[in-house]
Every structure is written in structure tokens, then in C-alpha cells.
Design a protein around this ligand. Structure first.
Ligand code: IVH
Length: 670
């Protein structure tokens, strides 16, 4: 393709992909299949790599991230980001309303009510329609420039088109992880034996401040906008401004409402107090704003907060009830979760009988005793939690909860590793919930994708002794399945078909499916690409594994331990005999030269000409190998900007050659 063609094609693809993104993320519609979309995006990525000079500022390829930020630059907010005054009662709200009425000299006014989203606030600046800067709130006066991370938020337009678009404007909103995404993130972590995150808000806020925007992109942050700032915006009311940003393609929560009186505001508050658990994200109150922008200006600000707006915070409804006992659940990785068994009590419209207690530390922190009266709360989340003990009601004779020492399911002695909050049952192969969990992991969509098999069927198959490990699935016979409750001719055929079809699932998915601790989908892909066959992986040593890209000590140890176990090897053999894919069809990045043949590299820090994955691809494409950690065997450490001092020190001590980006480029003959 010549340059002028490339320029045209890049522009056309950019527009096409942006169009489909907008349809999908802002209007919940799609005109093309996922596959077609991926193809367009892949074409664009390839062309942009070849002709970087034509990459457009609103290129959708920024959505997948790439830029690494070692230290976020501090930016002074054009308009300070103030917080809001809080109220907790109707009385306090009435006081606010009186102040507003007084401040407006008795003139009529309206309110605009929105929910108070529990995320992390962000300011986004657009110039000539293009998103140029994303800044966190910081201390209100200055915040951190997180533009590269903000650009990965799919629902946020990189370029806005619309009527009467001001040359420059700022929108503010709340970045959040939806409840669904947060749950899935924790499920994925649990699935590979990582500890789970405590709550969506902190995880979302941590995500926005991650250094690697590629990781941010994977986390699927979202953003609701609720504030437009700038000069000559052409809106007279907050309502008009909100509708304007909505029409420009920003995502606004549809829960807002204009209210003509305080009574209407109270109705809004009551309505959402009951229904907020149904919303896709956590909310902790309502924000009440004077609708007219001229009146907002008239009311102005105190030193800290606007006089024209206030937050009404929902009290997390709390009740006290008796703790009848503690039971323990065993998860699929053997992690133990303690559960509070409560005297049933009505809380926010539902009867609560149980509440999660997370882990042993939480029980110690609360100093729980069976028979105590405990406070149970339900916030914006669905699962209630125990927040404290009513000490006044504690029995004279009570003793702290003794955490269990043995698995409630299989009686094996529990273990707790030094740096972990959870206790684990180590009886992986004999503990029923762990066995069922392994099978559930094996069949899930990202693994073998046998969607004709559900949790209930697995339970039956296990209870009847027909399936004790994933390999048993491939030995199931029609007459066995027909014995299951609810299985007739059609469902049986379906199940057999699903199992049969799963045999074609690619090697990297098989590798993920077999359930090696700490081997998630991405690591499985890396291993499959590097080792190419199951046999090579099985016979790899700890050192071999450390040589594989991005494999560190924790993963290497886990893989070695897995394949050392005879019963795992037997299971792998049975899967092989069943006809599963044991060879990778993943392609290596196309080889362009042998210049780096036989040389190993660790890359660290940020680079001027490459993002971190790019430089790794270049190394592999030129015959080199990328390692994850510095060791005596390493040939080169490519030192970028802001490389950590620990890595440099280690490399110097081990006499590893440290090279700069320019020296690296010289090695390539560039
Ligand atoms: S308006 C000057 N609207 O609450 C008024 N804030 O306590 C600016 N928040 O920092 C804020 N939902 O992070 C506004 N619908 C909403 C909101 C909202 C959540 C957050 C925001 C702000 C904090 C103030």
C-alpha cells in the first residue's frame, strides 16, 4: 500500500471502528459481528504500526492501552474540583432549601436530582472535540494526569461531534467498575487462586491509577458524566447541559429527574433508596442541584462547597440481630469463607439470614462471639455485611470464635500461607467442592466452553460417581446421561455434542482449563505460544519456565508442582487420549531478522519509541527472548526511563549488561 492509500485507509478505518464502538457502548446496538469488528481493529492496528505518522488523535487503538506511566504528572485544575456538603436527614435538607430560597431573594427555582455514584471523580478536557486530558480530583486544586488510562474507558468518546460544540469544554463524572465487572474480576482471581478485592470503589480507583494502561483497558472501567464546564456553553440550566452532553455521546445515568419542590426531591430520594441495589453500580446517596445556571452563579460557593448543591447520603440501613453461629464454605480453590448465620431479620425489604465474614482476620477484628447481637448493614451492595457487635447485649460468659482447623467438607487440616488472609483446604483431589469446582472451571466459556453442562448437572454427575475429574466427561456414555434427572433425548444429544465439540478447543484454552494455580487465560496463552506443546511444557524445568515470557517465580513454581504430581499427569494423559488439542496453533510474531538470536532480554521502564509490549514483540521478531526477571543468565537489561533502582542494582551486581533504548536500537541496526 502506498502512503496516500494508507492515510486514507487509516482515516476510514478509524471512523468505522469509532462508529461501531459508539453504537455498541453508547447505544447498546451492533451492526456487525464481534469477529468483523475485531478484524477492522486488527487492520487498523497493523496499518498504524506501518504508518505511525497517520495515526489519528481519536484512534480507537488507544482503547486497548499501551502507554506506561511511571509517575503521573500533576495538573492544576482550570476550575477547582470541589466536594459537596452532606446531609443525612429531611430536616437538614429543609435547612439547605431555606438557604437556597433566601439566597435567591424569594425568586422561584427548581432542583435537578441525580444519584451520587460511588466511584472516583475525573475531569475530562476536550479541545476541538478531541479528548485531550483526563485528570483525577487529587486535592481539588491539582490532580494526576491519567489521560492514557481514561482513554481506555470504552464509553467515553475520544472525539465528540455535535451541534454547538464549544471549542473547549470540560466534563466531569465518576469513573467506576460496575458491580458485574467487579464480581467477574473477583471470580477470575478466585479461579486461579488469587485473593479477591474488597470493594468495587477502591478497586476502580486503584485501576485508574495503574501504570500500565493495557492492564487498565482489561479492567473495563466505565464512567457516568454529570457536570459540564466551560465558557459560553449555550445552556441556561443544568438539565440542558446534561441533555447536551448526552447528545454529544457521553454516558449519563438515566436516573436523573427535575424536581419542582422539596417534596418531589424527597420522593426521588425515597424511590432510589429502595431501588438502588438494582443499579449496575454502587451509589451512596442523591445529589440535589439548583437547576438554573444563573441561579447557581448567584448562590456561588463557600470556601469548600457549592451553595447551589448538596448531597443527601443514604444511611446504610442497619439492624441488630443474634449471631446464631458461624458456618464455613469451601470454594473451588479450597479457600474457606466464614459465613455468619443470623437470627432472620428484616433489612431494607428483605429477610436476612446470612452475611459473609470474608476471612479469619475479619472475625478477629470484630471480636465476634456466638450468641452476640451484631449489627448487619446493607449499603449499595446486595450482600449484607456484619459491621459490629452490640457490646451492651453481650452475655457475661462468652468466648471468642475459634476458627476451624479442619475442612468442614473433607476434614483435612487447613493451611494458611504467611501472606494470605484466607485459610485453605489443601485436599485438592479429594474435597468434593474443590473437585466440582475444578470441573466447573474446566467447562467454563474461557476454558473448554461446554455450555450444555451446568452446575446442577455437574453436581448430579459427581454425586452419582460418574464424573470425578474433567477427563471423566469424555468417557460419559449416552445411557449414563439418560439416567440423570431432567435429561431426555434432546438434552442428552446436546450435552454429548458439547463435549465432543470441546475437543477442538485450542491448546491455550486447554492449558487454562486444567486449572494450574496462578495460570489465568493470559499466562496460559503465553505458555502455549512459548512451549508450543503440552509435552514440552510438562518436561520443562523451573529454569525453562523462568525463561518463558512474563513467567515469574510464583507461576514457575506452581507449574512445576502441578506437573510433578502423578495424578495430574495421569489426568493429562487421559485428556490426551480423549483427543484434546495438545499443540499450539498460535503464531509467533513474524520473524524479521536473526540479529538478536540466542540473546535474552529484560525490559524495564518506559521507552520513547515503543510501548512495553511493542518492544517485547520487536525482540522476539528479531530472534531474541524476553525474560521476566533479572538473573545471572540474562544477557541484556534494556533500561527505559524511570526504571526501578532495585532492578538496576540487581543487574549491576550480577554483571548483566545494561543498555539504553538507543543502544538497543543500534543492536537492531536501526
Ligand atoms: S456534582 C460542585 N454530581 O461526589 C459539585 N458529584 O462529594 C460537583 N459525585 O467529588 C459534584 N455523583 O466525585 C456531582 N451526580 C453527581 C455525583 C457527584 C458522585 C461525587 C463527586 C464529588 C463528590 C462530592
Amino acid at each position: 500500500m502506498n502512503t496516500s492509500e494508507a492515510k486514507k485507509t487509516i482515516a476510514a478505518l478509524t471512523e468505522q471502528v469509532n462508529h461501531h464502538n459508539e453504537l455498541y457502548y453508547q447505544k447498546n446496538k451492533s451492526e456487525i459481528s464481534d469477529l468483523e469488528f475485531d478484524q477492522l481493529l486488527a487492520d487498523l492496528i497493523k496499518l498504524e504500526e506501518e504508518f505511525p505518522q497517520f495515526k489519528l488523535p481519536d484512534s480507537p487503538t488507544q482503547r486497548v492501552g499501551g502507554a506506561i506511566t511511571k509517575e503521573f504528572e500533576t495538573v492544576v485544575h482550570r476550575y477547582p474540583m470541589l466536594s459537596l456538603g452532606n446531609t443525612y436527614s429531611q430536616k437538614e435538607l429543609e435547612d439547605f432549601d431555606s438557604r437556597v430560597a433566601k439566597g435567591l431573594d424569594g425568586n422561584p427555582y427548581e432542583y435537578f436530582c441525580e444519584l451520587k455514584f460511588d466511584g472516583v471523580s475525573i475531569s475530562l478536557t476536550y479541545e476541538n472535540g478531541l479528548l485531550v486530558r483526563g485528570v483525577t480530583r487529587g486535592d481539588g486544586v491539582r490532580g494526576d494526569d491519567v489521560t492514557a488510562n481514561a482513554k481506555t474507558i470504552r464509553t467515553l468518546p475520544l472525539k465528540v461531534k455535535g451541534k454547538n460544540l464549544p471549542a473547549q469544554f470540560e466534563v466531569r463524572g465518576e469513573v467506576y467498575l460496575s458491580k458485574k465487572v467487579f464480581e467477574q474480576l473477583n471470580k477470575d482471581r478466585e479461579d486461579i487462586g488469587e485473593e479477591t478485592y474488597a470493594n468495587a470503589r477502591n478497586t476502580g480507583s486503584g485501576t485508574l491509577k495503574m501504570q500500565d494502561s493495557r492492564e487498565v483497558s482489561k479492567r473495563k472501567l466505565e464512567c457516568y458524566l454529570y457536570y459540564l464546564l466551560g465558557e459560553d456553553l449555550g445552556a441556561d440550566t443544568h438539565e440542558e447541559a446534561i441533555k447536551m452532553i448526552e447528545s454529544w455521546g457521553f454516558k449519563v445515568s438515566p436516573t436523573y429527574k427535575k424536581c419542582k419542590s422539596l417534596a418531589e426531591v424527597m420522593k426521588y430520594i425515597d424511590h432510589w433508596e429502595k431501588r438502588r441495589v438494582e443499579l449496575p453500580l454502587e451509589t451512596d446517596g442523591v445529589v440535589i442541584k439548583v437547576n438554573s445556571l444563573q441561579q447557581q452563579e448567584q448562590l456561588g460557593f463557600t470556601a469548600k462547597v457549592p451553595r447551589w448543591a448538596i448531597a443527601y447520603k443514604y444511611k446504610s440501613e442497619s439492624v441488630s440481630t443474634r449471631l446464631n453461629g458461624i458456618t464455613y464454605q469451601v470454594g473451588r480453590t479450597g479457600a474457606i469463607t466464614p459465613v455468619a448465620e443470623l437470627e432472620p431479620v428484616l433489612l431494607a425489604g428483605t429477610t436476612v439470614k446470612r452475611a459473609s465474614l470474608h476471612n479469619a482476620n475479619e472475625i478477629t477484628r470484630l471480636d465476634l462471639r456466638v450468641g452476640d447481637h451484631v449489627f448487619v448493614e446493607k449499603g449499595g451492595e446486595i450482600i449484607p455485611k456484619v459491621t459490629g457487635v452490640d457490646l451492651g447485649k453481650r452475655a457475661k460468659k462468652s468466648s471468642p470464635v475459634q476458627y476451624i482447623s479442619h475442612c468442614p467438607e473433607c476434614k483435612t487440616k487447613l493451611v494458611r500461607e504467611e501472606d494470605q488472609a484466607n485459610h485453605y483446604c489443601p485436599n485438592e483431589k479429594g474435597c468434593p467442592p474443590q473437585i466440582k469446582g475444578k470441573i466447573e472451571h474446566f467447562i467454563q466459556r474461557k476454558a473448554m466452553n461446554i455450555d450444555s453442562l451446568g452446575e446442577k448437572t455437574i453436581e448430579q454427575l459427581f454425586d452419582l460417581g460418574m464424573v470425578k475429574s474433567p477427563a471423566d466427561l469424555y468417557a460419559l456414555r449416552r445411557e449414563d446421561i439418560l439416567k440423570l434427572e431432567g435429561f431426555k433425548e434432546l438434552s442428552t444429544n446436546n450435552l454429548l455434542k458439547g463435549i465432543e465439540e470441546s475437543k477442538a478447543t485450542p491448546f491455550e484454552s486447554v492449558l487454562f482449563a486444567v486449572g494450574i494455580r496462578f495460570v489465568g487465560k493470559t499466562v496460559a496463552e503465553k505458555l502455549a505460544r512459548y512451549f508450543k506443546t503440552m509435552d514440552k511444557l510438562v518436561s520443562s524445568t523451573y529454569e525453562d519456565l523462568l525463561n518463558a515470557p512474563e513467567v515469574g517465580e510464583k507461576i514457575a513454581e506452581s507449574v512445576v508442582a502441578f506437573f510433578k504430581d502423578r495424578s495430574n499427569l495421569k489426568e493429562i494423559e487421559r485428556l490426551r487420549n480423549a483427543g484434546l488439542q495438545f499443540e499450539s496453533s498460535l503464531k509467533e510474531p513474524e520473524k524479521v531478522s536473526d540479529r538478536l538470536e540466542g540473546k535474552s532480554f529484560v525490559v524495564s521502564g518506559t521507552f520513547e519509541h515503543y510501548d512495553r509490549d511493542e518492544i517485547k514483540d520487536v525482540i522476539v521478531a528479531n530472534g531474541g527472548r524476553v525474560l521476566s526477571g533479572v538473573s545471572a543468565k540474562l544477557d541484556y537489561l534494556v533500561a527505559g526511563e524511570n526504571m526501578g533502582p532495585a532492578k538496576r542494582e540487581k543487574a549491576e551486581k550480577l554483571k548483566v549488561t545494561i543498555i539504553s533504548e538507543a543502544e538497543f536500537q543500534k543492536m537492531l541496526g536501526a
